[in-house]
Write a protein that binds this ligand. Sequence first.
Ligand code: ZN
Length: 120
Amino acid sequence: MDDDERDELLARIEGLATPDPERPTSIDPDVEHEVTVVDAITRTVPNPAASGEPMSDYNPPPTMTSTLTCQTCGSTEGWTLRGRWGSPAVISCPAGHVVESRDRRWLVGVMQRALVTAAR
Ligand SMILES: [Zn+2]
């Protein structure tokens, strides 16, 4: 697989609700990694406007993109992710606040995507 194919695959993976990227051989699943993500982290969540009866012919998309924001200081970028391949990420903002999320599957996926990106 060359870089273009991998980028295309990653783009397709990003678009799926349950991303499980393939583990690059350079990433040891038994080692805890620390990855700094400079850009904002986005996630796809159910669109609350899409639930319930539509009020008009306009149907909102069933999902929406939400940007991860520190609930303590409001940071949206400069995240540090710590964790292993296949385990939930521990996400902290530049000020060191740990972001809580009960969505374990998303935390696993965001760690894998960060590791794949860092391994390039
Ligand atoms: Zn913070």
